[in-house]
Design a protein around this ligand. Structure first.
Ligand code: PLP
Length: 379
């Protein structure tokens, strides 16, 4: 089955008691048993919920994976993957990482005896050099946030398999429509479902998918033990959002392309970061592992100051100034003071995250209006 058909149908069956075509919102905390232990596969709603099960099966199918699990947020999904590790274990991570992930790793898990090393994964030699016999996990984001660098997932998975290390990919930016890391050799794929998958800026949720039954069992144990599960209403909203994921991603990518080229030709813009450019340093890899290039774009002004960036952000009329991304409406953010404020300045400058960098999540509005808005805001 092709993606667009799976998005609508995978894991979703008409409700057996009524024939309802939409998966009902099973707003219940428990399930009645016929006799002790004799039940219909559902005992208690932290452990299982039918609305959640439908979503979990659907997400697994979209990622070409066998197993899926949903969580209360993207961060609780990441937290679950880190709990697979033991004190003394080491993790090698992309240096240009989602700010919240960096915070979870360095501020919370470092004190439990885990060691995190951050490297530039565009150079796989740097990854190899950072790996030791204690490295149990490699954590990757591609495209990276907010610099839109691309990591070669096939190359990296060869390396992690040689070392016998798990490879986890945060696939939030690409979505399973643009990139399926399981097909490229990843062991685990994590999502902030909050973003493109839900797609309408109305839900916070996370997910993990894998092809390994052993890993899925461990993740299921952690999901049930720690209990960071999403409620059935949110699962329903995400199931509804997913039905248009492919259509939305096509439009995000089309609008993204027009806007990336517009920005690049603007006299007051210094640099534009978007993996779809022919001369993007990792464009060939992006072309190989992604179907299209999406609507996430960062750009830096010629006047590389906080004030210049704030001035532009203040003038936007269609773009809204907000954290987050991946919704149908266009957002603009300022990583240095917003999403990446928890990363020390020296660290962020190393990956090119300068003071005037503005990140756009290009929505699915009419692209002419978006370009007009950028034109008047940049001046
Ligand atoms: C938002 C985001 C997260 C965290 O997800 P939440 O749903 O906000 O907890 C992780 N990784 C990336 C790339 C994100 O954009």
């Amino acid at each position: 089955m092709k993606f667009g058909t799976k998005a609508l149908h995978a894991g979703i069956k008409p409700d057996p008691s009524t024939g309802a075509i939409m998966t009902p919102i099973f707003q219940t905390s428990t399930y009645v048993q016929d006799s002790p232990g004799n039940h219909k596969g559902y005992e208690y709603a932290r452990s299982q919920n039918p609305t959640r099960t439908a979503l979990e099966s659907n997400l697994a199918a979209l990622e070409n994976a066998k197993f899926g699990r949903c969580f209360a947020s993207g961060m609780s999904a990441t937290d679950t993957i880190i709990k697979l590790l033991n004190p003394g274990d080491e993790v090698v991570c992309t240096n240009d990482l989602y700010g919240g992930t960096y915070r979870l790793f360095t501020k919370l898990y470092a004190k439990y005896g885990l060691k995190f090393t951050f490297v530039n994964m565009q150079d796989l030699n740097e990854v190899r050099e950072a790996m030791t016999d204690r490295t149990k996990l490699v954590w990757v984001e591609t495209p990276t946030n907010p610099m839109m660098s691309i990591v070669d997932l096939v190359g990296l998975s060869k390396l992690t398999k040689d070392f016998g290390t798990l490879m986890a990919v945060d696939n939030t930016f690409a979505t399973p429509y643009l990139q399926t890391p399981i097909d490229l050799g990843a062991d685990l794929v994590m999502h902030s479902v909050t973003k493109y998958i839900a797609g309408h800026s109305d839900v916070v949720m996370g997910a993990i998918v894998t092809n390994s039954e052993e890993l899925d069992e461990k993740i299921g144990f952690l999901q049930n033990s720690s209990g960071a599960v999403p409620g059935p209403n949110d699962c329903f909203l995400v199931l509804r959002g997913i039905k248009t994921l492919h259509v939305r991603m096509d439009r995000h990518s089309e609008n993204g392309q027009r806007i990336a080229h517009f920005l690049r030709s603007h006299p007051l813009v210094n640099r534009v970061y978007w993996p779809g450019f022919d001369d993007h340093p990792n464009h060939d890899i992006a072309k190989r592992q992604m179907k299209k290039f999406g609507g996430m774009i960062s750009f830096m002004l010629k006047d590389d100051s906080l004030e210049a960036a704030f001035e532009v952000l203040k003038k936007f009329k269609v773009f809204s100034l907000a954290e987050s991304l991946g919704g149908v409406e266009s957002l603009a953010g300022h990583p240095a003071s917003m999403t990446h404020a928890s990363i020390p300045k020296e660290e962020r400058l190393k990956s090119g995250l300068t003071d005037s960098l503005i990140r756009l999540s290009v929505g699915i509005e009419d692209v002419d209006d978006l370009i007009e808005d950028l034109e008047q805001a940049i001046g």
